[in-house]
Every structure is written in structure tokens, then in C-alpha cells.
Ligand binder design. Structure first.
Ligand SMILES: Nc1ncnc2c1ncn2[C@@H]1O[C@H](COP(=O)(O)OP(=O)(O)OP(=O)(O)O)[C@@H](O)[C@H]1O
Ligand SMILES: [Mg+2]
Length: 280
């Protein structure tokens, strides 16, 4: 696997003086599935906006597929890295939902037939096909987020960044989005997910990056991070059910095994009952 994204000593200061990123170092490899978590204002969205060159470093370097984002255009980067933003409202500019999705495909020079096929496919996938002729601005906020997702996925970039995709989605669509992210990952796409949905992270992601006050305070396996008291407090993370249960049980054996899912907890408990130190 090659390097998809490389961030070296990245600092970002907004024009109003807010220091949003304070020396970020990060490497994301091709095909990796990475979750970024942290409290409001930690700098998560600011960080990912550097990945397609929308924001340029105040100091430090960001390279995407080896290219310095300061030395290329957002349009060039966008072909290989698609970002589904947290607040898509400000991104829409087409009069119709259909045109919004077709826009990037046209720009990238896809043939007319392919465009028709792809737009139809993603609009159906995200339950937006019936709204094809409506203005994006008449959609509900949940539908708008799905439209933003459809617009990116239609042109099939190699890296896909999702900023809080499941917020504001009903249960049906939340599950659908989660399934779709799994599918993309199984196809070898590089997935970067900014989220507060720790349960999904625990089930699906083997790398978790925790941000707080413009810094990365942890980067590693969810199992280690979610059982680290200091990190949890610093990042004010809401613990998923199983680690919470284990923590309050104060059973040393369970604490040592760090189960994350119901299955892992069951195996550990059976281990206690059998007295063989059950493995997760
Ligand atoms: N356009 C802006 N101008 C000035 N300051 C900004 C701007 N956008 C964000 N900030 C500030 O930068 C810091 C990081 O914001 P950012 O949006 O990256 O946080 P976040 O981790 O994505 O938070 P959330 O979980 O609420 O989405 C915050 O202090 C925020 O107030
Ligand atoms: Mg954000």
C-alpha cells in the first residue's frame, strides 16, 4: 500500500486569529479505513479541508498522493479525493438535484451516457431519484447530506472523506450509509470518517485518531484508546456500551481483555466461567 495522505507539522490559523491546528503529523495509507473523533471545535473539519486543498497550511505541508496541496488546484485534487462536507448547504449551486450530481462528472469529462447512468444509480441509492427535478435548496437537511454524498460518490474518487455523514439521518438511512461505507472500503477505497458515532467506529475501524484543541492526542487501535482513561477524559468521548459496562464492572480480568463488542465480551465472560483466561 502506498501513501495516500501525508501531513507534516501542519498549523492552521483562520483569518480571525483562531489557531485551529497546532502541529498535526499524520500518514494515511492507500486502502486504509480511519476514523477521526474529538469534541466540538477540536479541528477535525479544519484538518480534512486541507486534504483537497480547500484550506492551505499556514505552516507545514500536506501531500496527497505525493503532491503538495499548495502546488496544485482544488479541481485537480478533487478528482481523486472526494469530501462530503459537514454542512453541504453552502456547496450547492445547481438549480436541480440531477444537475448537482452531474456537475462534477461533466467537469471531469465523462461521456453523456456514463453520466446518465451514474447519476441515476446514485440518486436511486440515496433515495433521491424522485427529487431529481427539484432545487437542492428545497431538500430537508438529511436529504441534503445524502445529496452531497451522492455528488461525490458518483465520480468514484480513490479517497473518500465523510464529515459526520450520519448526523440528522433517520435509522434507515443511517444504516444504509454505514453499509455503503463498508462496501466502499471492501472495494479498496481509502475511507476517512469524521464522526461522533463511536459504535460504528468500534465495529468497523481498526484505526482511530483522537483530536483535541487542534492536536492529535491519540492515533491507534480503538481497543487501546477506548480503554485509556486519560485520553477519554481529554477528548470527552462518549464510551460505547461494552467498554462502559466493563469499566463499571471493575472486573480486572475484563479490563485486561478490553472487549469492544458483545461477542468479545461474551467470549471473555465464558473464559472467566471456564477459568481458562478466555481470549478476545
Ligand atoms: N471559518 C472559520 N473562521 C474562524 N474560526 C473558525 C472557522 N471555522 C472553524 N473555526 C474555529 O476553528 C476551530 C476548529 O473548528 P472545526 O470546525 O475544525 O472543529 P471540529 O472538530 O470540526 O468541530 P465539530 O465537531 O463541531 O464539527 C474552532 O475553534 C472553530 O471555532
Ligand atoms: Mg466539524
Amino acid at each position: 500500500m502506498g501513501e495516500a495522505i501525508e501531513v507534516r507539522n501542519l498549523w492552521y490559523i483562520y483569518p480571525n486569529g483562531v489557531v485551529a491546528l497546532k502541529g498535526i503529523n499524520l500518514e494515511i495509507r492507500l486502502g486504509e479505513k480511519v476514523a477521526i473523533v474529538g469534541p466540538n471545535g477540536a479541528g477535525k473539519s479544519t484538518l480534512i479541508k486541507h486534504f483537497n486543498g480547500l484550506l492551505k497550511p499556514t505552516k507545514g505541508v500536506v501531500r496527497v498522493f505525493g503532491v503538495d496541496t499548495r502546488k496544485t488546484t482544488v479541481a485537480t485534487l478533487a478528482r481523486r479525493i472526494g469530501i462530503v462536507f459537514q454542512n453541504p448547504y453552502h456547496q450547492f449551486f445547481s438549480e436541480k438535484v440531477w444537475d448537482e450530481v452531474a456537475f462534477a462528472l461533466k467537469n471531469f469529462g465523462f461521456p453523456e451516457e456514463t453520466i446518465r447512468h451514474r447519476v441515476t444509480k446514485v440518486l436511486r441509492l440515496f433515495d433521491l431519484y424522485d427529487y431529481a427535478d427539484r432545487s437542492p435548496f428545497t431538500l430537508s437537511s438529511g436529504e441534503m447530506r445524502r445529496l452531497a454524498m451522492a455528488s461525490i460518490l458518483a465520480y468514484d474518487p480513490d479517497i473518500i472523506v465523510f464529515d459526520e455523514p450520519t448526523v440528522g439521518q433517520d435509522r434507515f438511512h443511517k444504516e444504509k450509509i454505514r453499509e455503503y461505507i463498508k462496501l466502499l472500503s471492501s472495494q479498496g477505497k481509502t475511507i476517512i470518517l469524521v464522526t461522533h458515532d463511536i459504535d460504528f467506529v468500534v465495529e468497523e475501524f481498526d484505526r482511530l485518531i483522537v483530536m483535541s484543541e487542534g492536536r492529535i492526542i491519540a492515533d491507534g487501535a480503538p481497543r487501546e484508546i477506548l480503554y485509556n482513561e486519560e485520553i477519554l477524559t481529554k477528548a470527552s468521548l462518549i464510551l460505547p456500551q461494552i467498554p462502559r459496562l466493563v469499566k463499571y464492572s471493575e472486573i480486572p480480568f475484563l479490563l485486561k481483555h478490553k472487549p469492544l463488542t458483545e461477542d468479545e465480551l461474551l467470549i471473555a465472560v465464558l473464559g472467566i466461567l471456564r477459568g481458562d483466561g478466555g481470549r478476545c
